[in-house]
Every structure is written in C-alpha cells, then in structure tokens.
Design a protein around this ligand. Sequence first.
Ligand SMILES: C[S@@+](CC[C@H](N)C(=O)[O-])C[C@H]1O[C@@H](n2cnc3c(N)ncnc32)[C@H](O)[C@@H]1O
Length: 516
Amino acid sequence: MHSRQKKGFPVSVLCEEALCRHIRGRTGIVIQDHQLENLRETISEICDKFGYASGEEFFDFLQQCEQYVPELEWLISRITVGETYFFRDQSQMDYLRLNWLPEIINRKREKGEKTLRIWSAGCSSGQELYSIAIMLHNALPDMESWTLHLLGTDINTDGLSRAIRGEYGEWSFRATDENIRRQHFIHKSHNQYKIKPQFRSMAKFSFLNLADDSYPSIMTETHAMDLILCRNVFIYFDGSMTMNVLKKFTNCLAPEGRLLLGASDMMPTAVDGLEFSEWGGMFYYRRADEKYSPQPLIKMPRKPQAITLPDTPSAPQLAAAERAEKLTPVSAAPVPAAPAEPKSIDTRIRELLREERWSEAIAAITQYMDIHGETSAMLQHRAKALSNRGESMQAVQLCQRSIELDPLNHHTYLIMALALLELNRMQEAEAALRKVIYLNRDFIEAHFHLALLQLRLGKVKSGLKSLENALSAAGRTDPGRELHHAVGMTVGRFAEVVKNEILVYDRHYGARSAGH
Ligand SMILES: C[S@@+](CC[C@H](N)C(=O)[O-])C[C@H]1O[C@@H](n2cnc3c(N)ncnc32)[C@H](O)[C@@H]1O
C-alpha cells in the first residue's frame, strides 16, 4: 500500500479514498482530484491538532462518531468553499427586484397576508441573505407591518459565525453599488464594514446539512418558503444528491414559491412538483400546483345511516350527523359505495399529515368535520396543516377553538406557538411555549422553539439555557423515537441539531455570558 507522508502523519491511498466516500455520504460533497492535496493537508492538520497518530486512526474515529465533533467541523471548514459576495449574479438580483418581489408583495397584500419566508440554503457568511434583506427594505415602504422570516443555513460553522457577526471586507462589495454600502453598513475600521443592526436582526442563521433529512420541517423553520436561494452549492454535489435535495426543496416551498440555483449549478429541467421557468434568459423553478389524486381520498357514504358514529356521540357530532342527513341527497345509484369508518378517515388524515400533503389533509379534515362536527383533534390537525402552508392567522384561530374543547393538549399549544412565531407575536408565542413546557417538561420541541425565540430577541444567555434544556429533555427520551412535529427526525438526530446550534451561538458570543 502506498502511503504519503505529510508533516509526519501517514495517510494511505485507501484511507484517502474511504474518507472521500465518507465525506460524500455525510455531506454530499464530492472531493475532486485537484482537491486531494488540500484534503491531505487537512488530515495532517487534524492529526496534529487533535492528537491522532495517523490518518487511519482519525478516520476510524470519524466513522464511529455520529456527532458533529470538532474534528469534523475542522474538516468541513477546510473542504467547503465559502466564496460569496453581496448582490452576486446581477440577472438573478434583477429578477427578484423587478419581477418576483413586486408580484409577491402585491399578491400577499391582496390576501391580507403580509408575511414573507425566504431561505438562503448554503448561505456561507451571509452576504446573500443580507442582500435580500436590503432589497426588501427598499421594496417595502411599510416594512414595519410585515412579518419577514429570513433564514440562512450552512454546514460550515465558521461561515455561520461570520454571518452572525455581519462584518465584511472590501472584497465582499465588489458587485455592490457604493450607495448601498454607505447607507446600509457601518464603517468599522480600515476596510471593514458591519451590516446595520436593523438588517442583522432581520436574518436568522442556523446550522443545516443539506444531506440530512432535517428539512422540510417546522423544527428547522424550513417550511412554507416563498423563496429558496441555493446558489453555487450544487456544484459540489453529484447528480443523485442534487435530485435528492431538489425533491426536499420542493416540499419546503409554499404554493407559488420560487427556487433559484446558481448559474453554474446543475439544473435538471424535469423535477416533479417544480416548473422550470425563465425570465430574461435566467432560469429558475416555480412550485407547481399541488397535485390532487383524481379519486376522492375518502369515500363519502351515500346513505346517512351508513355513517358510523362513536358509541357516545358529542353534541356537535350529533348535529353534524343530522346536517349530513338533511343535506345528503337520496341517491338512486344502484350500488352504494362502502361506508367510511370514522377511524379509517382519521387514520388517513394522519397519514396525509405525515406525508406533508397539506392541501389533501385539509380537504379530508373538512369532510370529516362536515360529518362528525368539530373535534379538538381535527381542529388541531387542520391548524397544523394550515400553519405548514403558511396560513398562520387561521391556524392560531383553530388552535384557540381546539384549546376550548381540550385545554390540556400540549401539542395544540405548540402548533399555536409556531403559528404565532410566524406572525411575530412573540409574547403570545412565548406564553404558549411556556404552557407546553408546564404541561410536559420533556417536550423537546417546546424547549427548542423557546430557545429560538429568545435568541431572536437577543436573549442569548436564556436562549442557550433553553437549548440545553432541550438537550436534557432529549437525554431523557429514547434517541430512536421520532419527534412529534418533525417527520423523519429522531430524537438522536435532533440532539445533533441542538448541539450544532449551541456551537454556533457559543462560538460567536463566547462563554455564554453575553445577552440577558
Ligand atoms: C460557494 S458557497 C455559496 C454561497 C452563496 N450561496 C452564494 O452563492 O454566494 C457554497 C456554500 O455551500 C455550503 N455547503 C456545501 N455543502 C453543504 C451541505 N451539505 N449542507 C449545507 N451547506 C453546504 C458551503 O459550506 C458553502 O458555504
């Protein structure tokens, strides 16, 4: 076996190849031949810094370790390329400024829904997301009355720390109008400019590995996006990873949502659920209308007497049954369809929610409630689906109705808190999250969202404490169990998300002493 000697740390060719496969599996990043020398140097640095005798020893450790350990963080910071700058790619910026923004702003105003959700996936040190924040500032004279969610995520925690700091050198402004720099940045020192606090507070930065299944999810706040920018990230991935990520992005988009990739990224023209579109010679994806199955998902009973009610129906259930009796036309159809059992409808609704088929779930819940009346569970399900579609106001109202029927259901308070967060009703959201924790102190998701809320308000110390509470709650729970409100994410995986979140904030704010 050949082996290469670098600063005294041997790395065999086999180990090098295995490490490349490992990196690809874990992050989607394909190490090209010309990057191998850099990889070798990085392995040597890691051996030196973390005390491994050889590349093999480090690789053995890495394979056994599922967590995002400092060694892995070091490795990722060296193999990812964070090259970025403000207002990169003029044609895309023009599209957003001249076409997409005016159109969506009008549409949302007409609907009375002044919220926008934008995600920069692979945001590096944040220039892309801050460019959008500046654009929004210019496009929305009534910005104060809008709820704007700007999310930047990356796998490189160094980049995220720089994004949180928001301080940049001259080179980041190479495509930026001088006026923009003067108006929206503070000149700190020689060649260093800091984004003004109003833009800093508009953006939230988090760790998210695009190779993971942590999105779409309300937990990672990656749902119901009006716009996803994932530019110059796919160049590091292979075709199957690209398709995988595209599929997940599709499910993160709100109806009519847009996805923009980089000009050099691989851009398949046929992606299920996305329409490949063009504006002024620039290509982007538009979320295609949600597909409905041609057959009704729930077979409606033709004869009212076929409705199966629980043994002791509640008043609203009886009223609904009566309504159904009055409304259902007596059909002359020769063969009536098989009646649907309430339990099977309920199961189907849960399945639709699990599969994140929100519109179909809403239609099914409506059918259910038309027959059986409002129940706390169905109101809660409907609120969840609406919230995931970005219809937060209605979701809050439904949660309130559900709570009237069942005041001790902590899931309803959590769903309501998430919708309130979307609406920027922070105090009410905090009260709802505290209620969840009061009802169930092991509800990991509540601790996590309380932490995000506190961090968003700049309460770093309390935010970090709540993240630690989330970790402790995770420690008391079976790591293989799936989270209630994040399909596919296990408690163990979630603990990783929380640890990374702590890492990013800890690194930026130091020994947890800053903040409130
Ligand atoms: C060239 S930068 C692009 C920055 C910005 N989007 C732009 O176009 O200016 C690529 C970014 O993708 C990130 N990245 C690579 N693989 C990733 C993964 N698996 N998950 C999340 N981010 C990833 C890198 O860390 C890096 O910050």
